[in-house]
Design a protein. Sequence first.
Length: 263
Amino acid sequence: MTQPRITLGVSLKMYFSYQQTLDWSQQVAEIARRHPAIVTGEVGLFVLPAFPAIPAVRAAFQGSEVRVGAQDLCWEDSGAWTGEVSGTMLAEIGCRYVEIGHAERRRHFAETDKQIAAKLAAALRNGLTPVLCLGEEQHVTSQQAIAICRQQLMAALSEARQQQLSGEIVVAWEPQWAIGAPAPAPDDFIAEVCQGLRQINDLGDVHCRVIYGGSAGPGLLGRLGHHVSGLFLGRFAHQPSALAQIIDEAAALAAAAQAVTEG
């Protein structure tokens, strides 16, 4: 599979029941198996269901190019960590991605920068691609948002650097004030911040793709154009038809990028 020009991710959070998760996955798998941009890898799609559904969701997407991951992991690979799930086990059952540092984890479960850094290192150590969530709490200027997110990114990478780990990270910028809002952040604001984050170049052996989350839905990717490398989707992807529309938008953007490269 080629490196995708556009990356789409979907976190199902805890919205669906087990059966609803499987029904959704089967419908999305049918879309993915016949969509040329997904088949060729021009558009990459990953899905993050709740822990108990991961094996069945992987089975539903078998024969497609969709990758499956988890919404969290423990910072340790084994031991007396009741209720936790290790990156070792996630890799063993076929996960490719894992979400780290979402604002809800910080807010409701008091996750610290130190814990997030340890989780990111655990993901890379186990061959998983971290989906690192960054985002400012309040609506500030684009330059202030970039500075806040840069600080969060460097803090999250600290343990991986100490362990001399390398790999790829998907940076999901989600301004906290836009999560769950009726609409995403303003288009020009998203473009400016994503562009600023993409220009951070002192990351050592780690390569980052920057995607936008925070009430992202149909229509947004077409408006943003090449200022972002993709979207991290939540409830606006709960309808497979809406996700299909976003995949079409991503395919058009990928095709335009290819035309520019070839031209």
